[in-house]
Design a protein around this ligand. Structure first.
Ligand code: NIG
Ligand code: FE
Length: 412
């Protein structure tokens, strides 16, 4: 459905804006009481108060929806996921609950390496069908755009297979997918103790194909003690930037390594995780255009302390929230859980949580000019809640409040 009028909206939450909102501005949701939105050919063509006179030439071409007693928001954007993977790691979850650490499991050849093994062995069709089921669930929770990474192949063939699955899903599924090359997710066993050679392999053998076939807009790296150092991350990402990739970093997740500072200094779209980000790192992000993307479901699942969301917003950062859906550290795509944890444990207000999943998440993907808010000319990606206010999102803990998701298919 590409032409519709939603009228009598009790609370129209526009999140209006075309760039990331920093600090206090994150509280400004641009709410219109008794609002109306018109979407024409998948693009928002009217935003304002409800009136009996519809602001279109041919109302008969439009589906009319009455949203009395309901809130309407921009579709949610999940700006950090590892959507495509083979196999599961349910045993590791129980080991972790008994006290094993995430990194010790990985260092024993489990963790990311276990999923690399399963993903290398999975067929294109298997990866496509499991990822499609995950996308359907996301859409039902109001997600209209998702970022998704490779990183479970660590070789040429499997990394390209993951990205090609994403390209196909983007073409056939209503949810829009922004793909990220994350070959630098771990050092593969074939290159054990020789990160330099693996980095050269990615830059010379894999990334030119990714660019040529337009398989990923962004490039990411797991900058972490024992994985890729801050220096390796910097030189790798600068080479990726020169090839035309936008940049993201898994930064300061387990050990503070200066990942936040690095992300800000090289103009990354986002620095993600940030559980251990230092004061200097938080300041650097606050003074940059780099979005601080926080993943509370990961801290929850790993039983780690949460990133300092409140402190970051007070310091002037632009914060986004995402699920980090992956088979290890955060096997969930739950937007309701993400919102609840962000508000209850990271001390975000409901307004800040909404901004973090809409316009700021769009900015974390370099797309704040086309999605993430209900503004004229943006994609008609909208959700209707079962309730009259966005404040139900954290309050109705862990429960999906989305009654209907409208996904513009103007990209078809
Ligand atoms: O974002 N930290 C690194 N990567 C993922 C986890 C991947 C996995 O465990 O499979 C993350 O948490
Ligand atoms: Fe991740």
């Amino acid at each position: 459905m590409n032409n519709y009028i939603i009228q009598n909206i009790t609370q129209l939450v526009t999140c209006s804006g075309s760039s990331a909102k920093h600090g206090r501005k994150m509280s400004d949701l641009g709410v219109i009481e008794n609002g109306m939105v018109v979407v024409t050919n998948g693009i928002i063509s009217y935003v304002g108060h409800s009136s009996k006179q519809f602001p279109v030439d041919h109302p008969e071409d439009y589906e009319i929806i009455d949203a009395q007693g309901k809130a309407v928001l921009p579709g949610f954007i999940d700006s950090h996921t590892h959507l495509v993977f083979g196999g599961y790691r349910e045993e590791e979850f129980s080991w972790r609950m008994r006290g094993d650490s995430y990194m010790s499991i990985m260092n024993r050849g489990g963790g990311i390496y276990s999923t690399v093994h399963a993903t290398r062995n999975a067929s294109f069709e298997e990866l496509e069908s499991t990822a499609k089921i995950r996308l359907d669930k996301m859409l039902a929770m109001g997600v209209t755009t998702v970022e998704a990474k490779s990183g479970y192949g660590l070789d040429k063939e499997t990394e390209l297979k993951q990205l090609r699955v994403l390209k196909k899903l983007n073409a056939i599924h209503p949810v829009d997918i922004v793909s990220t090359y994350l070959g630098a997710h771990a050092v593969p066993v074939e290159y054990k103790d020789d990160e330099k050679a693996y980095i050269d392999f990615m830059l010379q053998e894999v990334m030119p194909i990714v660019r040529k076939e337009n398989l990923a807009e962004c490039c990411d790296i797991f900058c972490e003690k024992g994985v890729f150092s801050t220096q390796e991350s910097e030189s790798f990402l600068l080479s990726a930037k020169a090839m035309g990739f936008q940049l993201k970093i898994h930064a300061d997740e387990i050990v503070a390594t200066g990942g936040a500072e690095l992300a800000a200094s090289i103009g990354a779209l986002s620095a993600d995780h940030l559980l251990q980000a230092s004061e200097k790192g938080i300041e650097a992000l606050a003074n940059s255009d780099t979005v601080a993307t926080l993943l509370p479901c990961t801290a929850f699942s790993l039983k780690e302390n949460y990133a300092q969301g409140r402190r970051m917003i007070d310091a002037g950062c632009a914060v986004a929230l995402a699920t980090d859906l992956n088979p290890g550290s955060s096997f969930t795509s739950s937007i309701p859980l993400t919102i609840a944890l962000a508000c209850i444990y990271m001390k975000l207000s409901p307004e800040e949580a909404v901004t973090a999943l809409t316009i700021n998440a769009a900015a974390a993907l370099g797309k704040a000019d086309s999605i993430g808010s209900i503004d004229l000319g943006k994609k008609g990606d909208l959700i209707i809640l079962e309730f009259p206010s966005y404040k139900f999102l954290p309050y109705h803990v862990g429960t999906n409040c989305v009654e209907k998701t409208f996904k513009s298919i103007s990209n078809y």
